[in-house]
Design a binder for this molecule. Structure first.
Ligand code: NAD
Length: 323
């Protein structure tokens, strides 16, 4: 059986040979981390995303304490399409209970993830939020373990993720070229924070693919606002709230503007947006089409940028002291 698929722009991911949809499906909301999501809705959301041309799906055992992987697995299975029609990334090293980047744990972790996802392999296996582990362990133990998994065919490519941008250069400067295929940065390429921009030339030179997540600043740039656990400062939260209210007062959607802002940079291979309903998929895909056809609403963007100016590039601490 095949599902008629709409066309979405595909972008090359570093040197991997993969072509990922410009919008990627962030599956953390399927783990009910932003509010409860029923299985039937999770499956329908994955189906709608695929139908609309999204071919890239991102999850982790950490999201919803393994629930996201299970839900995504069900959604992908229900598509009943060839495995090569979609690209799946999951992660290792971060779990609900604790961080563990040991070779033993990550080697076991991929088997558990594959079982939950009902897959034989993933396309990308990321070390998840490496700033919470020892970066030297990531270099000397975790990545070599992932290379072994790559040779065994359990993952096609290796990635690293995290919040502080200097973790990427730390690791990439210490591993042989071609060892780490992609990086996943989050909350650093959106209207309120665009600091990832400075790192892109370095990553390009290394041939490392760039995935940028959380264009909506993990929910802050939405009308409903971020979740309770959001780590941003009260100033950043209230500035984002004011920006969302401003867009609403003009009859505009902040989510559309925020997503388009991230998508407009073609050096970023895929922008991962968390989605948990068919209507969110429809809205986000419509934003992509509108950007292609009409470009950005520059007037509203300038107004929102002015509101966010006092908190521009403000971030929050993440990880452990590496000294
Ligand atoms: P996000 O900025 O994409 O925001 C997600 C929130 O916005 C959710 O509550 C979602 O339901 C809501 N939303 C999405 N589209 C909407 C719309 N059109 N209207 C209203 N609300 C909408 O943040 P995120 O989910 O944290 O990030 C995206 C994905 O990137 C994650 O699901 C995950 O896969 C990945 N990610 C990875 C890391 C990491 O590896 N360290 C960190 C953050 C995110």
């Amino acid at each position: 059986m095949s599902i008629p698929q709409a066309k979405m722009e595909l972008r090359p991911l570093g040197n991997t040979g993969l072509k990922v949809s410009s919008v990627g499906f962030g599956a953390s909301p399927l783990g009910s981390v932003f509010g409860p999501v029923a299985e039937v809705d999770a499956v329908a959301t994955v189906r709608e995303a695929f139908r609309q041309g999204i071919n890239f799906f991102d999850t982790s055992p950490y999201y919803g304490g393994t629930l996201s992987e299970k839900m995504l697995g069900k959604g992908l299975k229900a598509l009943q399409v060839p495995r090569s029609d979609y690209i799946v990334a999951t992660k290792c090293g971060r779990y609900e209970e604790r961080f563990d980047f040991s070779a033993e744990r990550v080697t076991k972790s991929i088997d558990e993830s594959l079982e939950r996802l009902q897959l034989d392999y993933v396309d990308i296996l990321h070390c998840h939020d490496i700033e919470f582990g020892s970066l030297d362990q990531i270099v000397s133990e975790t990545i070599p373990a992932l290379q072994k998994l790559k040779r065994e065919g359990k993952t096609r490519f290796i990635g690293i993720t995290g919040l502080p941008l200097d973790i990427f250069t730390y690791v990439l400067d210490r591993v042989p070229p071609g060892t780490v295929d992609v990086i996943l940065s989050y909350c650093h390429y959106g209207i309120n924070d665009s600091t990832l921009l400075d790192l892109i030339p370095y990553l390009k030179e290394k041939g490392v693919g760039v995935i940028s997540a959380s264009p909506l600043a993990m929910g802050l740039l939405t009308e409903q606002g971020g979740p309770e656990w959001h780590p941003a400062s009260p100033e950043l939260k209230s500035a984002c709230k004011a920006a969302a209210a401003h867009c609403k007062s003009k009859g505009k959607k902040i989510t559309k503007l925020a997503l388009q802002y991230s998508l407009a940079n073609k050096e970023i291979s895929s922008v991962l947006v968390g989605m948990s309903s068919v209507s969110q998929v429809e809205e986000n895909v419509a934003a992509v089409k509108e950007l292609e056809d009409l470009g950005m609403d520059q007037e509203t963007l300038s107004e929102v940028e002015a509101i966010l100016e006092p908190v521009k590039n403000q971030t929050w601490p993440s990880g452990v002291d590496q000294k």
